[in-house]
Design a binder for this molecule. Structure first.
Ligand code: CA2
Length: 161
């Protein structure tokens, strides 16, 4: 069974506890349960993590290399600040889908730029917590298509004969 890594950045452990008008009422535990049931339905193993420490996030991304079929990441505020996470995602050589619960483009100008979007295959913003399920569904779709196979095996050399 293929594994998907679902990674969450800083302050997302506060989900459902404050700012429900922006992020809704679901907690991170609710999001984790949503992701696990999507994984069960689609025959994908889901590993779900959250951290407030950038080095920990980078270590998880590095450990994904050669091990997981894809990364779904809500980098939180690191989206807009972190060249280090951008570089780690390139080094991982794993397809990435970036998820934001809120529509960052409707918010402050500093949320309009994303370092992660430069390396993401797709970006979801403003779908609420359902965005995580949409991202997992999309990876399942890629697994079933030639497009997914070519993306996942992108680093395999082609033989000249
Ligand atoms: O919309 C998103 O998912 C964000 O990635 C959430 C980040 C924000 O910095 C990004 O611009 C957009 C913030 C996550 C903090 O979540 C909280 C939830 C409840 C209370 C306080 C923070």
């Amino acid at each position: 069974m293929k594994t998907l890594l679902v990674l969450n950045g800083p302050n997302l452990n506060m989900l459902g506890l404050r700012q429900p008008e922006v992020y809704g009422r679901e907690t991170l535990a609710d999001v984790q349960a949503l992701c696990h049931s999507a994984g069960q339905r689609l025959d994908l193993n889901i590993e779900f993590h959250q951290t407030n420490h950038e080095g920990q996030m980078i270590d998880w991304i590095h450990q994904a290399r050669g091990r997981v079929a894809g990364i779904v990441i809500n980098p939180g505020a690191w989206t807009h600040t972190s060249v280090a996470i951008h570089d780690a995602l390139i080094a991982a050589e794993v397809p990435v889908i970036e998820v934001h619960i809120s529509n960052v483009h409707k918010r402050e100008a500093f949320r309009h730029h994303s370092y992660v979007s430069l390396v993401a295959q797709a970006v979801l913003a403003g779908f609420g917590t359902h965005g995580y399920v949409l991202a997992i569904n999309h990876f399942a779709h890629l697994q079933r298509t030639a497009q997914g196979l070519s993306l996942i095996h992108i680093s395999e050399p082609t033989r000249p004969y």
